[in-house]
Design a binder for this molecule. Structure first.
Ligand SMILES: Nc1ncnc2c1ncn2[C@@H]1O[C@H](COP(=O)(O)OP(=O)(O)O)[C@@H](O)[C@H]1O
Ligand SMILES: [Mg+2]
Length: 362
């Protein structure tokens, strides 16, 4: 908008934008005119739309009635409603003014010590009045949301505690993170903590079915279950997957296979075959097989995840073998996170499995 205003000279007619009817975008159907990601479209607008986090919502609603909101710390797995809850809460507290009363900083912003100090300081210095434009009272403070706070360095976190205290007259903080253990103690002790639970299967399925019916998505039986299995309690992941599948199939109905294809799950026959090849006790065969598997383009992280379940629930392994293999899985997973080579890690893991099957040490 600003760029538009800058370029606008009085007296000249602004050029029509692509959106006007005189200049229609080709292939625009009514439904796809303004494509918004479904995660944003179906983000809860008010607190009562946040599902499954009943305790959190109840406590926050109580503190709404009472103007001294404490500093907040939301933690829990991804896609469980943390960001949505604080946005909905701000909307309920501040009404229409909510945009001017919150400062949102997330991991993509520069969050060194100096930036936090400067941004928060200038934001905290703006006074917040106790009435809304429509005359209704509203709390005289602003909210600073630090999303993904666990990715902040310890130094930046330490700097934050002083800032938090200095700004406490006019500002409340809401820290959001996945791992509370990565937040330093002096910060956790200054906040009320709220744990967000992984969403239950029923909740996920209700929400996905609701979205599917709103968007006229045709799904075959078990598709929603497949989406849920893949998304591991992360509603954002589930909604995104459903939307990708819908984009792929359009008017046709989505099948379980589509979900498997899109989500990059490795077909079980490959996983079972890894075990079979390991049983052969032949390094050459294993090497060839792993090579083929990597040509298929599956990520080693996914293969390892599925192998883990296969090994743990496989009764042909005894506890000792399972524990050795799982330990190796953990090591390889860590190396992958650190940027290790996918092929080498999978080979290393498979060699351990082979050794455990063919030459177990007692
Ligand atoms: N408890 C919930 N109730 C309703 N929708 C949810 C809930 N949790 C997640 N979602 C959906 O998932 C998307 C991502 O949620 P978000 O609040 O950003 O998750 P988080 O911040 O915990 O990672 C939202 O847009 C919303 O559609
Ligand atoms: Mg979030």
């Amino acid at each position: 908008m600003e760029a538009f205003l800058k370029g606008f000279k009085p007296g000249t007619k602004p050029k029509p934008t692509v959106k006007t009817d005189a200049n229609p975008v080709p292939t625009t159907s009514k439904k796809t005119k303004r494509p918004t990601p479904w995660v944003e479209k179906y983000r809860p607008k008010c607190m009562s739309e946040v599902v499954y986090q009943d305790e959190v919502v109840a406590v926050l609603k109580k503190s709404l009635a009472n103007p001294d909101l404490p500093n907040l710390l939301f933690y829990g797995p991804p896609g469980t409603g943390k960001t949505s809850t604080i946005l909905a809460l701000s909307r309920e507290i501040f009404g229409d003014m909510f945009k001017s009363r919150i400062l949102e900083l997330n991991a993509s912003d520069e969050r060194g010590i100096q930036v936090i100090r400067d941004k928060v300081k200038s934001f905290a210095q703006q006074t917040a009045s106790g009435v809304r434009p429509d005359g209704r009272p509203c709390p005289p403070f602003k909210i600073v949301i630090l999303d993904e706070a666990d990715s902040m360095t310890n130094a930046a976190q330490s700097a934050l505690r002083r800032t938090m205290e200095k700004a406490s007259k006019s500002t409340r903080f809401c820290l959001i993170c996945n791992y509370i253990s990565r937040i330093i103690d002096p910060l956790t002790s200054r906040c009320s903590k709220f744990r967000f639970k992984p969403l239950s299967k029923d909740t996920l399925s209700q929400r996905l079915n609701y979205i599917a019916s709103e968007e006229n998505v045709k799904v075959e039986e078990n598709v929603i279950d497949a989406v849920i299995d893949f998304s591991e309690g992360d509603l954002r992941k589930a909604i995104t997957l459903l939307q990708s599948a819908h984009r792929l199939k359009g008017e046709e109905s989505i099948t379980e296979n589509d979900i498997a294809d899109i989500s990059g799950v490795v077909p079980m026959k490959w996983i079972k075959e890894i075990i079979t090849v390991c049983e052969s006790d032949s390094y050459e065969k294993l090497e060839k097989f792993v090579c083929n598997l990597s040509y298929e383009g599956y990520t080693t992280g996914q293969v390892i995840n599925q192998l883990h379940d296969e090994v743990v629930f496989n009764d042909t392994f005894n506890d000792k073998q399972k524990s050795s293999i799982c330990e190796k899985i953990a090591v390889c997973d860590k190396r992958l996170l650190d940027g290790g080579d996918e092929y080498l890690q999978l080979m290393d893991l498979c060699c351990t499995i082979m050794q455990q099957i063919c030459h177990p040490v007692n």
